[in-house]
Design a protein around this ligand. Sequence first.
Ligand SMILES: Cc1cc2nc3c(=O)[nH]c(=O)nc-3n(C[C@H](O)[C@H](O)[C@H](O)COP(=O)(O)OP(=O)(O)OC[C@H]3O[C@@H](n4cnc5c(N)ncnc54)[C@H](O)[C@@H]3O)c2cc1C
Length: 497
Amino acid sequence: MPGTDVVVVGNGAVGLSIAVEIARRAPELHVSVVGPVERTRAASVAAGAMLNCFGEVTAHTRRHRASEARFAIARVALDLWPQWLAELEADAGGAEAAAVRASWSEGTFVVMGSSSGRIAGENFAAMREAAVELGEPHELVDPEQVDGLAPRLGQRPFQVLHLRREGAVDGRAVVTALERAARRRNVELVPATVRSVLRASDGAVSGVELRDGRTVSAGAVVLAAGVASGALADQVLPAGAVPPMLHGTGLAVTVKRVNTGPRGPHVIRTPNRAGTCGLHVVPLAGEDEQYIGATNVIGFDPAPGVYLGLAQTMLRQASEQVDETLAVSYVQRWLVGTRPIPLDCYPLIGPCSIPGLLFATGTYRDGFHSSPAIARHLASTLLQNSPEDNDSPFTQFVPERMPIETTSVSEAVEGAARHAADTMHDQGTQMPWWLDHTPLEEWARGRIRAFFESLEEPVALLPEVIDPQFLDPAAIDTRSTDRLRRYLRAARLHHGA
Ligand SMILES: Cc1cc2nc3c(=O)[nH]c(=O)nc-3n(C[C@H](O)[C@H](O)[C@H](O)COP(=O)(O)OP(=O)(O)OC[C@H]3O[C@@H](n4cnc5c(N)ncnc54)[C@H](O)[C@@H]3O)c2cc1C
């Protein structure tokens, strides 16, 4: 195949946004995007996609410079979206632009339900505090006044926060429009899968090899293949250089209402909950269609599927906590996608020690929202028309690093034990009347401590990464722990930590 200036590996929201942004700024460059047409389990086409920034704030967000930096990127994206969508519509044109416009909804209502756990409550409080402190337009509203919020009796929210600027787009419509925009900007879309990144004799990247044996030569390669980026990076970088990429499998469903009145015209969601994301109901373009999401189970390997029990809980909670009439809506599509989650849960963005190789991945649960900010940053870095600013939040996320630790190990154990007890409550555990949650937390603490001790020299992992290690019977086989131990040894050696 002929050569190109930049090859972007991955055709999700992140890869396509980067390609479009480079093509806008440097039309003289030849840019290619390589990715399979079917996008099996791609995160971007399973996402709602909520464009939430303050809606994603947790009690942890403002407590460490890495989480503050991720929040700063999300804030940049929040400001960018209106203009980004206008440019996308102009670039894509036609039915694709119309589909994006029709799917764009403004406003997110975050509900604090009467059955919520402690972690959700703390996250709700932190979200409101951040909105007040940073002057984000918001208000507490009367739950009765929120269109589309009709929970079951006994599940009525006691607080609802309206985030005026945060809304949603249809993830699938945006990806289709990005593809069309890319084509119209002369980006070449290569329907294939990359097998490996190629290097020249001087060590710099020289292109990629495709699974069908063809090669695409290029002066720069951007790794934006979502969860698959980890394995591609591991082929060319030394063991331990980059935190391992975990698979965050999520299920969502789109539904159609019939004879149950109009849907709410905005996002209704919970705060992020213990060990998982927030439950969310998102309006789709059709006036009677909605998206319900999402589950999240994190593991080292691709999950064989989605637990039926989790699917059951998600659907029950959506109809109990958000809108009873969802139970009598009709299933349209089940969506399964995999979030790219580095071990430390922070993104991998920017250049690495291999000249010409850049990362744009590891976006976890808000990569759709952050994609315009990531695209602009990557385009600037690649085109070097704005040198890296040391204060840029992106400098926190250099791909070659030891896992970012935002707490001590003992705090991580305590945090994970609290999350575990809350998760069990959220999943339906009921204690007898004479016991509170303490025995659950103690049981979890013992198992989590044993897990950390088995790592020899542990790092402080976040609760959502630890949970499956002891709650999921399939993960208790020591394979994940062995891999983690091996990675930590290699990382310490590589980074001299
Ligand atoms: C159920 C669910 C709900 C979510 N909800 C939201 C939300 O509301 N808001 C939000 O901001 N984020 C949300 N997220 C997270 C968000 O979807 C991701 O952070 C983001 O979409 C990641 O985009 P990406 O382009 O990096 O990865 P992906 O979308 O996974 O795209 C990667 C692409 O690379 C391709 N690829 C893989 N291997 C190769 C290879 N070897 N060669 C070439 N191409 C390859 C894949 O086919 C895929 O198309 C959600 C995720 C899930 C799963």
